[in-house]
Design a protein around this ligand. Structure first.
Ligand SMILES: [Zn+2]
Length: 246
């Protein structure tokens, strides 16, 4: 059989574009490929999220746990255009967010460390979408945005019914990252059931027990943000819609 003949879902030549991979394929490859595979997968997530408009320019950052003892995260480098992200743009940091070896990690590496330590997450993903940014501002005075009654909530880990109330805390943004990390830690302690948090006028942080789960959480939450944001535009300018006060 010629190399160029592929049957969708069964055969993919080496180096095929990530977007063409069948569902379920990347997870199998990730287990088999080790750190290099994790870097390839993070880079592919960057390109996919860029294509969705969730990490335009150099915005957003992504990490996975590379080792537990001592803790090491594989994380996206600073100032990388997410639409052109490659495995070479993934570097390693320690439990203070400091780089191991050369390279400059994302400025927000410390936030990833806080989430990993306090949630036991294996992957942390951060986006700067339009709807996440709008909602993080509109609901800031309430301290969080609550989403309930949507079928898509069942995409969040442990949620089995649309009849679920998800409170996502909103934290004031800060260029002092250690201070911001302290606020993130406080919010995680205050809302032990939350699957995510929003930084005001900045973006979403969510996480998962695997990179696949964290990616699914981004997709679910970005869908819900856009849905309640758009719904708000049909309700006399009120942006509460079904997103109710926490
Ligand atoms: Zn950011």
């Amino acid at each position: 059989m010629s190399d160029s003949i592929t049957v969708p879902g069964t055969l993919f030549p080496l180096g095929a574009p990530d977007l063409l991979r069948p569902a379920g394929g990347p997870e199998r490859r990730r287990r088999a490929r080790g750190p290099r595979g994790a870097a390839l997968d993070l880079a592919a997530i960057g390109r996919r999220f860029y294509a969705r408009g969730w990490v335009l320019g150099t915005s957003g950052n992504f990490s996975v746990v590379a080792a537990d003892s001592p803790l090491r995260l594989a994380i996206s480098s600073s100032s990388v255009h997410k639409g052109r992200m490659r495995a070479e743009h993934i570097i390693e940091v320690d439990d203070h967010g400091a780089p191991i070896g050369t390279g400059r990690p994302s400025a927000e590496a410390l936030l990833h460390v806080e989430i990993v330590l306090r949630r036991g997450a294996r992957a942390v993903l951060h986006t700067h979408s339009v709807w996440g940014t709008i909602l993080s501002d509109v609901h800031a005075a309430r301290g969080g945005v609550t989403i309930e009654g949507y079928e898509m909530l069942k995409g969040l880990r442990g949620v089995t019914t649309h009849d679920h109330r998800e409170l996502i805390p909103i934290i004031e943004n800060d260029q002092d990252v250690p201070r911001l990390a302290g606020r993130v830690a406080d919010a995680l302690e205050r809302t032990p059931d939350a699957h995510a948090l929003l930084l005001r006028r900045h973006g979403l942080y969510t996480w998962g027990a695997s990179l696949d789960e964290a990616e699914r959480h981004v997709e679910i939450l970005e869908f819900l943000f856009e849905t309640i944001g758009r719904a708000g535009t049909f309700s006399d300018g009120r942006h509460d819609g079904t997103a109710q006060n926490p």
